[in-house]
Write a protein that binds this ligand. Structure first.
Ligand code: ADE
Length: 240
């Protein structure tokens, strides 16, 4: 899968793209990350990318021209391609949208800055607006990193074992059970006995119950959409 990022700050992306799971996937050719500096598509001696808002008001607005020309310069490798603008006005990003985007061959992420982007970019040049949460960032760059991380790890072969994302939080709509590793006792706190028992069925049931308990306590809203089995419903009614 190929990610294209249109940004005024391409240098922000290097450490992320070169290291960790993303770095390995890029080296192995499973993911491709292409950075475009929007400023390279601005005109005039000063290569201005923003301007004052029509109608007045504070802050600056990103000009349509440089963004649209930058989009035009991005090579389209497939019809299965989507142009996404990162903005707090967009659809809230979640695991379902991550799966949907991971099915594409190419995802073009446009990072806004300043107060916003000229509305005319949104009509005809952008397929979807996406927000990573109900808070305001200084720009779309950190949001683009979040989207690339969550989507990239769903691309087949990116994670070491194909299964390791199936057990993650949110894959079945629940929060994850707690994890423990050595030592057995840390500052007087012991690992739950069941995890040392070697009884795989007991461990499975315990983990599931913990995941349900956490979700009930911390994110009861998730339970409404979670994929629950008969066993889950029984555990939940005992917890309640
Ligand atoms: N740009 C500024 N805030 C943002 C947010 N919450 N999500 C996506 N892009 C943004």
């Amino acid at each position: 899968m190929r990610f294209d990022v249109l940004t005024l700050f391409p240098d922000l992306f290097a450490p992320f793209v070169e290291q960790g799971i993303m770095g390995r996937a890029v080296q192995q050719g499973k993911l491709d990350v292409c950075l475009t500096n929007i400023r390279d598509h601005a005109r005039g001696a000063h290569r201005v990318t923003d301007d004052r808002p029509y109608g007045g008001g504070s802050g600056m607005v990103m000009k349509a021209g440089p963004i649209v020309r930058a989009l035009g310069a991005v090579e389209r490798i497939s019809d299965r391609c989507r142009v996404v603008l990162l903005t707090p006005q967009g659809r809230l990003f979640d695991q379902d949208l991550a799966w949907e985007l991971a099915d594409l061959d190419q995802l073009i992420l446009v990072c806004g800055r300043y107060e916003g982007v000229d509305e005319r970019v949104l009509k005809g040049f952008v397929d979807q607006e996406v927000s990573i949460g109900d808070y305001v960032l200084s720009g779309g760059e950190s949001a683009a990193l979040v989207v690339m991380d969550a989507v990239g790890r769903l691309v087949p072969g990116v994670l070491g074992s194909e299964d390791s994302n199936r057990e993650d939080s949110f894959e079945d709509g629940l929060l994850e059970h707690p994890h423990y590793t050595r030592p057995r006792v840390f500052e007087g706190r012991e690992v739950p006995e069941v995890l040392l028992s070697g009884d795989h069925e007991r461990i499975r049931v315990w983990r599931r119950a913990q995941a349900l308990k956490r979700t009930l306590e911390r994110r009861p809203d998730l339970l409404e959409r979670a994929r629950l089995t008969e066993e889950d419903r029984r555990i939940l009614s005992e917890l309640k």
